[in-house]
Design a protein around this ligand. Structure first.
Ligand code: FES
Ligand code: FES
Length: 160
């Protein structure tokens, strides 16, 4: 099946089995290894990508569902000329990254949260990231990182 979509701002067309999982399309067919697979069953959030700006679990999506969509992976988050997006920078500064396996999904879920709610409370942050599991940090630093990201973006007058 021929599938066309936008990936990190660029048009992509691929000939793929329609039932191929999106996480496999991204990692194996397109070489974008930033999207992680952990549970593979929709429970951990490691494989989160943004589809039309909304967090989706790429281990549960099929290639056919990408047709005509606008997909953002962690590789496409920072603007050109920027080493890290301010949300990624905040995760680094807050010490919210240990093994890093959950981080792309956390950062993309945070991107969606801050696009809808630029100054969330800690409770709102916990709620928004409740589908993303981290086995390392204990979550406090991740919530700190999201607060810091919100501050950074507000200071720059930017939205996520
Ligand atoms: S790998 Fe997709 S939700 Fe865990
Ligand atoms: S930093 Fe290791 S799973 Fe979150």
């Amino acid at each position: 099946m021929k599938i066309s979509f936008t990936l990190n701002g660029k048009p992509v067309s691929c000939d793929l089995p329609s039932n191929r999982r999106v996480v496999d399309v991204l990692r194996e067919d397109l070489g974008l290894m930033g999207t992680k697979e952990a549970c593979g069953t929709g429970e951990c959030g490691a494989c989160t990508i943004l589809v039309d700006g909304i967090p989706r679990l790429s281990c549960l999506m099929l290639a056919a569902q990408l047709e005509g969509r606008d997909v953002t992976t962690i590789e496409g988050l920072s603007k050109s000329g920027e080493t890290l997006h301010p949300i990624q920078q905040a995760f680094v500064e807050a010490g919210a990254v240990q093994c890093g396996f959950c981080t792309p999904g956390m950062v993309l879920a945070t991107t969606h949260l801050l696009s809808e709610n630029p100054r969330p409370t800690r409770e709102e942050i916990r709620e928004a990231l409740s589908g993303n599991i981290c086995r390392c940090t204990g979550y406090q630093k991740i919530v700190d990182a999201v607060e810091l990201a919100a501050e950074k973006l507000t200071e720059k007058g930017e939205t996520a």
